[in-house]
Write a protein that binds this ligand. Structure first.
Ligand SMILES: [Zn+2]
Length: 229
């Protein structure tokens, strides 16, 4: 199975890192995509653009390595995302190459505009990637469209009516804590040691396991079944 996680900034992926690690360990083809370098983080102080991007690329490489994933950065601009067609098209071209079965992203109503916009293009690109004339416009290469059904999982939102899916990540707690500690140390988050896993434990209580991550599922182009599963 091929999974592509689409987020705006490095650290956004913390809500699904266990799920990604689990699928990668099972032989899944996992790609982490960041639409920006999160270059406005205060921790960078007066560092130049080139240096900030270099550090962020290192962060991406480190996180991807922990979970056995590949990674890709776009440069759509921290807090400058518009959710417009050119952003969706750039992502659709990546989908055409990665051919994901599953896309994971933010909810539609998160407070940060980049989070909402990254969710919008993550969804829009599923449709754009289906259309050869769109993904190949103004390109010399001939990308093949990605027309297989894609399951789109979003971080949960109280305002969403889409069905919730829990994933048992009890066996991935080590890697989850490692990645969380990496970002906590970089950003200097003031959180208790179990601050992050408490949320996973709460999801576990909802779903009958020790630790879980949760998503809401939006599906498009669902093939017909013989009957109800
Ligand atoms: Zn973010």
């Amino acid at each position: 199975m091929k999974l592509t996680a689409v987020f705006a900034h490095p650290d956004d992926e913390l809500g699904c890192i266990g799920t990604l690690a689990k699928h990668a360990a099972r032989g899944g083809d996992v790609t982490l995509v960041w639409t920006t370098h999160g270059e406005l983080a205060s921790q960078f102080g007066d560092a130049g653009d080139k240096e900030v991007r270099r550090v962020r690329q290192e962060h991406g490489a480190w996180v991807a390595k922990q979970i056995g994933a590949s990674y890709h950065f776009f440069d759509m601009g921290d807090s400058r995302m518009t959710g417009g067609r050119s952003e969706g098209l750039a992502l659709a071209r990546l989908y055409a190459q990665l051919k994901p079965d599953v896309v994971i992203g933010w909810s539609d109503d998160h407070a940060h505009p980049d989070h909402r916009m990254s969710a919008k293009i993550a969804f829009d690109a599923i449709t754009l990637a289906r259309i050869p004339k769109i993904i190949n416009e103004e390109l010399d290469t001939r990308l093949k469209p990605h027309r297989k059904p894609v399951r789109f999982y979003q971080y949960p939102s109280a305002g969403s009516a889409y069905p919730t899916v829990h994933v048992d990540v009890s066996d991935q707690l080590g890697v989850i804590e490692r990645v969380f500690a990496f970002y906590r140390d970089f950003y200097g988050w003031d959180v208790p040691p179990d601050g992050f896993t408490r949320g996973l434990a709460a999801r576990g209580v909802e779903s009958g396991v020790e630790f879980a991550e949760a998503f809401q599922l939006r599906r498009r182009f669902v093939p017909a079944r013989e009957g109800l599963p």
